[in-house]
Design a protein around this ligand. Structure first.
Ligand code: NI
Length: 184
């Protein structure tokens, strides 16, 4: 296992649509190693989700795991490990909620983004089995953030205006105290 380097905003590979993952690859030992590296990298960078393009792997593959306890995510409930391959998303409820998102590929910044809070995901799991899952609330936001990476998008593309973008330090000083939800 190894911690891979997370590429940052400005790297052109964050701006391309990733390729579908093939079944043969999912059955390979290389895939298992990639998944292990992704979880190790996510934890090393203290993230709660990571998409393959962020470590410069051009595949429609993302992982999510909300930690059991972390001072940075006190108000967030822990989740199981999610491995999402070749996803398609459907919005089940158009009503949105906003969250101050952060991104390992956009370090040092926070941006307030509104997203639908109930989605249905159709995807392949780590055994390449077809699955369907409904995500709600904060987890729905995290899923949409990670899926953006598979389609060449970053959360900053969803800002209503630049007023909704802040440096981390100013965020901690002026915005965080208001107690709005945060996604890092
Ligand atoms: Ni991100």
């Amino acid at each position: 296992m190894a911690v891979r380097k997370v590429i940052r905003m400005g790297h052109p590979h964050l701006r391309r649509v990733a390729e579908d993952v093939k079944e043969e690859f999912v059955k390979s030992s290389e895939f298992k190693e990639l998944i292990a590296d992704m979880f190790e990298t996510m934890k090393a960078y203290e993230g709660i989700g990571l998409a393959a393009p962020q470590i410069d792997v051009n595949l429609k593959l993302a992982i999510i795991e909300l930690p059991v306890s972390s001072p940075r995510y006190e108000e967030v409930e822990a989740s199981e490990k999610h491995i999402i391959i070749n996803p398609k998303i459907e919005t089940l409820d158009e009503s949105v909620a906003g969250c101050w998102e952060g991104c390992l590929s956009v370090p040092g910044l926070r941006g307030f983004v509104e997203r639908p809070q109930k989605i249905k995901l159709t995807f392949r799991d780590e055994n390449f089995e077809q699955r369907e899952e409904v995500f709600e609330g904060f987890l729905a936001t995290v899923v949409q953030h990670e899926l953006d990476h598979l389609f060449g998008k970053l959360y900053i593309d969803h800002l209503k205006s630049n007023e909704f973008l802040a440096y981390q330090e100013e965020f901690d000083q002026f915005i965080q105290p208001s107690g709005e939800e945060v996604l890092d």
